[in-house]
Design a protein around this ligand. Sequence first.
Ligand SMILES: Cc1cc2nc3c(=O)[nH]c(=O)nc-3n(C[C@H](O)[C@H](O)[C@H](O)COP(=O)(O)OP(=O)(O)OC[C@H]3O[C@@H](n4cnc5c(N)ncnc54)[C@H](O)[C@@H]3O)c2cc1C
Length: 296
Amino acid sequence: MTIEGGVPLSRLTTIGTGGPARAFARPRSLGELGESLRHAAEHELEVVIVGLGSNVLAADEGVDALVLRLEGDLAQVEIRGELLVAGGGATNAVCLHRARDAGLGGFEFACAIPGTAGGGVKMNAGAYGRDWSDVLVRALVATESGEEWLGAAELGLAYRHSGLRPGQVIAQVEYRLEPRPSDEVKSQVAELVSRRKATQPTNKRTFGSVFKNPAGEVGAGRMLELCGLKGHRIGGAAISPMHANFIENADGATTADCIALMVEARRRAHEQFGVVLEREVVFVGGMELPGIHAAT
Ligand SMILES: Cc1cc2nc3c(=O)[nH]c(=O)nc-3n(C[C@H](O)[C@H](O)[C@H](O)COP(=O)(O)OP(=O)(O)OC[C@H]3O[C@@H](n4cnc5c(N)ncnc54)[C@H](O)[C@@H]3O)c2cc1C
Protein backbone atom coordinates (compact mmCIF):
# COMPACT_ATOMS: atom_id res chain seq x y z
CA MET A 1 0.00 0.00 0.00
CA THR A 2 1.38 3.39 -1.00
CA ILE A 3 1.40 6.33 1.35
CA GLU A 4 1.33 9.56 -0.64
CA GLY A 5 2.07 13.07 0.57
CA GLY A 6 0.48 16.35 -0.45
CA VAL A 7 -2.89 15.08 -1.75
CA PRO A 8 -5.24 18.07 -1.47
CA LEU A 9 -8.39 17.59 0.60
CA SER A 10 -10.20 19.71 -1.98
CA ARG A 11 -10.16 16.55 -4.13
CA LEU A 12 -11.64 14.44 -1.36
CA THR A 13 -14.50 16.66 -0.18
CA THR A 14 -17.81 17.48 -1.86
CA ILE A 15 -17.47 21.21 -1.11
CA GLY A 16 -14.11 21.13 -2.94
CA THR A 17 -12.02 23.08 -0.42
CA GLY A 18 -9.08 22.14 1.81
CA GLY A 19 -5.29 22.02 1.60
CA PRO A 20 -2.90 19.07 1.39
CA ALA A 21 -2.89 16.03 3.67
CA ARG A 22 0.50 15.34 5.21
CA ALA A 23 -0.02 11.68 4.26
CA PHE A 24 -2.74 9.86 2.36
CA ALA A 25 -3.47 6.17 1.77
CA ARG A 26 -6.23 3.99 0.35
CA PRO A 27 -6.30 0.75 2.34
CA ARG A 28 -8.10 -2.01 0.39
CA SER A 29 -8.30 -4.75 3.04
CA LEU A 30 -8.44 -5.16 6.81
CA GLY A 31 -4.75 -6.04 6.73
CA GLU A 32 -3.84 -2.82 4.91
CA LEU A 33 -6.06 -0.81 7.22
CA GLY A 34 -4.27 -2.26 10.27
CA GLU A 35 -0.92 -1.49 8.60
CA SER A 36 -1.98 2.14 8.04
CA LEU A 37 -3.16 2.56 11.61
CA ARG A 38 0.09 1.12 13.00
CA HIS A 39 2.10 3.37 10.66
CA ALA A 40 0.21 6.38 12.03
CA ALA A 41 0.81 5.30 15.63
CA GLU A 42 4.53 4.75 15.01
CA HIS A 43 4.86 8.20 13.44
CA GLU A 44 2.56 9.82 16.04
CA LEU A 45 0.24 10.94 13.28
CA GLU A 46 -3.42 11.64 13.81
CA VAL A 47 -5.71 9.50 11.60
CA VAL A 48 -8.55 11.08 9.65
CA ILE A 49 -10.95 8.92 7.64
CA VAL A 50 -12.65 10.45 4.66
CA GLY A 51 -15.65 8.72 3.12
CA LEU A 52 -17.15 10.76 0.32
CA GLY A 53 -16.14 13.89 2.24
CA SER A 54 -19.76 15.00 2.14
CA ASN A 55 -19.82 16.38 5.65
CA VAL A 56 -16.25 17.62 5.95
CA LEU A 57 -14.64 21.05 5.93
CA ALA A 58 -10.83 20.83 5.87
CA ALA A 59 -8.33 23.58 6.70
CA ASP A 60 -6.98 25.59 3.74
CA GLU A 61 -3.50 25.23 5.24
CA GLY A 62 -3.76 21.46 5.05
CA VAL A 63 -4.18 18.63 7.50
CA ASP A 64 -1.30 17.33 9.59
CA ALA A 65 -2.56 13.75 9.66
CA LEU A 66 -2.68 10.45 7.84
CA VAL A 67 -5.87 10.71 5.79
CA LEU A 68 -7.42 7.36 4.82
CA ARG A 69 -10.05 6.49 2.25
CA LEU A 70 -11.35 2.91 2.38
CA GLU A 71 -11.43 1.09 -0.95
CA GLY A 72 -11.33 -2.46 -2.42
CA ASP A 73 -12.67 -5.10 0.03
CA LEU A 74 -13.41 -2.29 2.45
CA ALA A 75 -15.96 -0.85 0.00
CA GLN A 76 -17.69 -4.13 -0.98
CA VAL A 77 -21.38 -4.82 -0.44
CA GLU A 78 -22.90 -8.25 0.11
CA ILE A 79 -26.40 -9.51 0.85
CA ARG A 80 -26.77 -12.32 3.42
CA GLY A 81 -30.45 -13.14 3.80
CA GLU A 82 -32.02 -9.97 5.24
CA LEU A 83 -28.65 -8.57 6.24
CA LEU A 84 -26.80 -6.11 4.03
CA VAL A 85 -23.09 -6.22 4.83
CA ALA A 86 -21.16 -3.18 3.62
CA GLY A 87 -17.51 -2.21 3.82
CA GLY A 88 -16.97 1.05 5.69
CA GLY A 89 -16.11 2.73 2.38
CA ALA A 90 -19.17 1.43 0.47
CA THR A 91 -21.36 4.24 -0.79
CA ASN A 92 -24.97 4.54 0.28
CA ALA A 93 -25.97 4.58 -3.39
CA VAL A 94 -24.42 1.15 -4.00
CA CYS A 95 -25.93 -0.25 -0.77
CA LEU A 96 -29.35 0.99 -1.79
CA HIS A 97 -29.07 -0.50 -5.30
CA ARG A 98 -28.00 -3.85 -3.91
CA ALA A 99 -30.84 -3.83 -1.37
CA ARG A 100 -33.38 -2.95 -4.03
CA ASP A 101 -32.13 -5.66 -6.39
CA ALA A 102 -32.37 -8.20 -3.57
CA GLY A 103 -35.94 -7.15 -2.76
CA LEU A 104 -35.00 -5.55 0.57
CA GLY A 105 -36.36 -2.29 1.94
CA GLY A 106 -35.62 -0.08 4.94
CA PHE A 107 -32.63 1.83 3.57
CA GLU A 108 -34.62 4.13 1.26
CA PHE A 109 -34.21 7.07 3.66
CA ALA A 110 -30.49 7.16 2.76
CA CYS A 111 -31.14 7.76 -0.95
CA ALA A 112 -30.30 11.45 -0.74
CA ILE A 113 -27.37 11.12 1.68
CA PRO A 114 -24.24 11.13 -0.48
CA GLY A 115 -21.93 9.29 1.90
CA THR A 116 -20.49 5.92 2.86
CA ALA A 117 -21.43 3.29 5.42
CA GLY A 118 -18.63 4.44 7.75
CA GLY A 119 -19.55 8.12 7.46
CA GLY A 120 -23.18 7.20 8.13
CA VAL A 121 -22.28 5.47 11.38
CA LYS A 122 -19.93 8.22 12.52
CA MET A 123 -22.55 10.92 11.90
CA ASN A 124 -25.58 8.72 12.65
CA ALA A 125 -26.81 10.21 9.39
CA GLY A 126 -30.52 10.33 8.77
CA ALA A 127 -33.43 11.76 6.85
CA TYR A 128 -37.21 11.55 6.74
CA GLY A 129 -37.45 10.50 10.38
CA ARG A 130 -35.02 7.56 10.19
CA ASP A 131 -31.31 7.28 10.82
CA TRP A 132 -28.46 4.74 10.91
CA SER A 133 -29.44 3.57 14.40
CA ASP A 134 -32.73 2.25 12.94
CA VAL A 135 -31.04 -0.18 10.55
CA LEU A 136 -27.61 -0.87 11.99
CA VAL A 137 -27.07 -4.24 13.66
CA ARG A 138 -23.37 -3.88 14.40
CA ALA A 139 -20.18 -2.39 13.01
CA LEU A 140 -16.64 -3.71 12.84
CA VAL A 141 -14.43 -1.09 14.44
CA ALA A 142 -10.71 -1.18 13.67
CA THR A 143 -7.97 0.48 15.70
CA GLU A 144 -4.17 0.13 15.65
CA SER A 145 -4.51 -2.79 18.08
CA GLY A 146 -7.15 -4.86 16.27
CA GLU A 147 -10.84 -5.08 15.43
CA GLU A 148 -14.05 -5.61 17.37
CA TRP A 149 -17.76 -5.71 16.57
CA LEU A 150 -19.84 -3.07 18.35
CA GLY A 151 -23.64 -2.82 18.43
CA ALA A 152 -25.68 0.35 18.02
CA ALA A 153 -25.82 1.02 21.77
CA GLU A 154 -22.04 0.59 22.16
CA LEU A 155 -21.46 3.01 19.27
CA GLY A 156 -23.34 5.72 21.22
CA LEU A 157 -25.55 6.77 18.32
CA ALA A 158 -27.66 9.89 18.93
CA TYR A 159 -28.89 12.78 16.76
CA ARG A 160 -26.12 13.25 14.15
CA HIS A 161 -23.63 11.89 16.65
CA SER A 162 -21.75 8.74 17.60
CA GLY A 163 -19.35 8.01 20.40
CA LEU A 164 -16.58 6.96 17.96
CA ARG A 165 -13.20 8.32 19.01
CA PRO A 166 -10.39 9.51 16.71
CA GLY A 167 -8.44 6.46 15.51
CA GLN A 168 -11.53 4.20 15.52
CA VAL A 169 -12.35 3.23 11.96
CA ILE A 170 -15.60 1.65 10.78
CA ALA A 171 -14.36 -1.17 8.55
CA GLN A 172 -17.65 -2.97 7.99
CA VAL A 173 -21.32 -2.43 8.78
CA GLU A 174 -24.24 -4.87 9.03
CA TYR A 175 -27.69 -3.48 8.32
CA ARG A 176 -30.90 -5.40 9.00
CA LEU A 177 -33.43 -4.76 6.23
CA GLU A 178 -36.82 -6.26 5.49
CA PRO A 179 -38.39 -7.87 2.40
CA ARG A 180 -39.94 -5.28 0.10
CA PRO A 181 -40.71 -5.54 -3.63
CA SER A 182 -38.04 -3.81 -5.75
CA ASP A 183 -40.56 -1.64 -7.58
CA GLU A 184 -41.88 -0.28 -4.26
CA VAL A 185 -38.33 0.56 -3.17
CA LYS A 186 -37.70 2.18 -6.53
CA SER A 187 -40.81 4.34 -6.48
CA GLN A 188 -40.28 5.48 -2.88
CA VAL A 189 -36.69 6.45 -3.71
CA ALA A 190 -37.86 8.40 -6.78
CA GLU A 191 -40.39 10.26 -4.66
CA LEU A 192 -37.86 11.10 -1.90
CA VAL A 193 -35.25 12.24 -4.43
CA SER A 194 -37.67 14.54 -6.21
CA ARG A 195 -38.78 16.00 -2.85
CA ARG A 196 -35.14 16.62 -2.04
CA LYS A 197 -34.40 18.28 -5.38
CA ALA A 198 -37.31 20.66 -4.85
CA THR A 199 -35.99 21.92 -1.50
CA GLN A 200 -32.20 21.52 -1.39
CA PRO A 201 -29.29 22.47 -3.67
CA THR A 202 -28.49 18.91 -4.73
CA ASN A 203 -26.67 19.98 -7.91
CA LYS A 204 -24.19 22.32 -6.17
CA ARG A 205 -20.96 21.68 -4.28
CA THR A 206 -21.92 21.71 -0.58
CA PHE A 207 -21.16 19.72 2.57
CA GLY A 208 -24.80 19.08 3.50
CA SER A 209 -26.38 20.68 6.55
CA VAL A 210 -24.13 23.31 8.09
CA PHE A 211 -25.77 23.35 11.54
CA LYS A 212 -27.76 20.82 13.55
CA ASN A 213 -31.39 21.70 14.08
CA PRO A 214 -31.70 23.40 17.47
CA ALA A 215 -34.31 22.30 20.02
CA GLY A 216 -37.65 23.97 19.34
CA GLU A 217 -39.88 24.33 16.37
CA VAL A 218 -37.78 26.48 14.04
CA GLY A 219 -35.14 24.50 12.16
CA ALA A 220 -31.69 25.93 11.44
CA GLY A 221 -32.50 26.53 7.76
CA ARG A 222 -35.71 28.47 8.46
CA MET A 223 -33.98 30.45 11.21
CA LEU A 224 -31.16 31.55 8.88
CA GLU A 225 -33.67 32.34 6.15
CA LEU A 226 -35.55 34.61 8.60
CA CYS A 227 -32.20 36.28 9.36
CA GLY A 228 -32.11 37.29 5.68
CA LEU A 229 -29.11 35.12 4.88
CA LYS A 230 -30.26 33.30 1.72
CA GLY A 231 -27.81 34.19 -1.03
CA HIS A 232 -25.41 35.96 1.39
CA ARG A 233 -21.91 35.64 -0.02
CA ILE A 234 -18.39 35.90 1.36
CA GLY A 235 -15.52 35.37 -1.09
CA GLY A 236 -16.36 32.34 -3.23
CA ALA A 237 -18.87 30.82 -0.78
CA ALA A 238 -22.57 31.61 -0.55
CA ILE A 239 -25.48 30.63 1.67
CA SER A 240 -27.70 28.67 -0.68
CA PRO A 241 -30.53 30.76 -2.14
CA MET A 242 -32.57 27.54 -2.04
CA HIS A 243 -31.98 26.39 1.56
CA ALA A 244 -30.24 28.59 4.13
CA ASN A 245 -28.67 25.68 6.06
CA PHE A 246 -26.40 24.90 3.08
CA ILE A 247 -23.24 26.69 1.98
CA GLU A 248 -22.41 26.45 -1.72
CA ASN A 249 -19.01 26.66 -3.34
CA ALA A 250 -20.21 29.33 -5.73
CA ASP A 251 -16.88 30.22 -7.31
CA GLY A 252 -13.47 29.12 -6.02
CA ALA A 253 -14.53 29.12 -2.36
CA THR A 254 -12.00 28.50 0.39
CA THR A 255 -12.64 26.91 3.75
CA ALA A 256 -11.99 30.35 5.30
CA ASP A 257 -14.90 31.75 3.22
CA CYS A 258 -17.19 28.98 4.47
CA ILE A 259 -16.15 29.56 8.08
CA ALA A 260 -16.70 33.33 7.75
CA LEU A 261 -20.25 32.59 6.59
CA MET A 262 -20.80 30.20 9.50
CA VAL A 263 -19.58 32.84 11.96
CA GLU A 264 -21.96 35.42 10.49
CA ALA A 265 -24.87 32.94 10.48
CA ARG A 266 -24.33 32.04 14.12
CA ARG A 267 -24.03 35.69 15.09
CA ARG A 268 -27.32 36.57 13.43
CA ALA A 269 -29.19 33.52 14.76
CA HIS A 270 -28.00 34.38 18.25
CA GLU A 271 -28.96 38.03 17.88
CA GLN A 272 -32.45 37.34 16.48
CA PHE A 273 -33.40 34.08 18.16
CA GLY A 274 -31.09 33.83 21.20
CA VAL A 275 -29.94 30.43 19.87
CA VAL A 276 -26.34 29.24 19.65
CA LEU A 277 -26.27 27.05 16.54
CA GLU A 278 -24.08 23.97 16.78
CA ARG A 279 -22.25 22.89 13.66
CA GLU A 280 -23.09 19.57 12.02
CA VAL A 281 -20.20 19.67 9.54
CA VAL A 282 -16.98 18.03 10.74
CA PHE A 283 -13.90 20.28 10.88
CA VAL A 284 -10.62 18.65 9.94
CA GLY A 285 -7.27 20.34 10.51
CA GLY A 286 -7.45 21.97 13.92
CA MET A 287 -10.05 24.64 13.20
CA GLU A 288 -12.89 25.78 15.47
CA LEU A 289 -15.55 28.44 15.34
CA PRO A 290 -14.89 31.39 17.63
CA GLY A 291 -17.14 31.84 20.68
CA ILE A 292 -20.39 33.48 19.75
CA HIS A 293 -19.56 36.88 21.26
CA ALA A 294 -16.12 37.08 19.63
CA ALA A 295 -17.77 37.57 16.24
CA THR A 296 -20.11 40.42 17.25
C1 LIG B 1 -26.12 17.34 -0.80
C2 LIG B 1 -25.94 16.72 0.57
C3 LIG B 1 -27.05 16.25 1.27
C4 LIG B 1 -26.90 15.68 2.52
N1 LIG B 1 -28.01 15.24 3.18
C5 LIG B 1 -27.89 14.67 4.40
C6 LIG B 1 -29.03 14.17 5.11
O1 LIG B 1 -30.17 14.22 4.64
N2 LIG B 1 -28.85 13.62 6.34
C7 LIG B 1 -27.61 13.53 6.90
O2 LIG B 1 -27.49 13.00 8.02
N3 LIG B 1 -26.51 13.98 6.26
C8 LIG B 1 -26.61 14.56 5.03
N4 LIG B 1 -25.49 15.02 4.39
C9 LIG B 1 -24.18 14.95 5.06
C10 LIG B 1 -23.37 13.70 4.76
O3 LIG B 1 -23.72 13.18 3.49
C11 LIG B 1 -23.57 12.60 5.81
O4 LIG B 1 -23.13 13.04 7.08
C12 LIG B 1 -22.78 11.34 5.43
O5 LIG B 1 -23.15 10.28 6.28
C13 LIG B 1 -21.27 11.54 5.50
O6 LIG B 1 -20.69 10.37 4.96
P1 LIG B 1 -19.23 10.38 4.30
O7 LIG B 1 -18.89 9.00 4.04
O8 LIG B 1 -19.19 11.34 3.14
O9 LIG B 1 -18.38 10.94 5.51
P2 LIG B 1 -17.34 12.14 5.46
O10 LIG B 1 -18.08 13.40 5.18
O11 LIG B 1 -16.19 11.81 4.62
O12 LIG B 1 -16.87 12.16 6.99
C14 LIG B 1 -17.77 12.55 8.01
C15 LIG B 1 -17.21 12.07 9.35
O13 LIG B 1 -17.25 10.67 9.37
C16 LIG B 1 -15.95 10.15 9.60
N5 LIG B 1 -15.82 8.91 8.84
C17 LIG B 1 -16.04 8.70 7.52
N6 LIG B 1 -15.84 7.40 7.22
C18 LIG B 1 -15.49 6.78 8.37
C19 LIG B 1 -15.14 5.45 8.72
N7 LIG B 1 -15.12 4.47 7.82
N8 LIG B 1 -14.82 5.19 10.02
C20 LIG B 1 -14.83 6.16 10.95
N9 LIG B 1 -15.14 7.44 10.68
C21 LIG B 1 -15.48 7.75 9.41
C22 LIG B 1 -15.00 11.24 9.10
O14 LIG B 1 -13.72 11.11 9.71
C23 LIG B 1 -15.75 12.47 9.57
O15 LIG B 1 -15.56 12.67 10.95
C24 LIG B 1 -25.61 15.59 3.11
C25 LIG B 1 -24.49 16.06 2.40
C26 LIG B 1 -24.65 16.61 1.14
C27 LIG B 1 -23.43 17.11 0.41
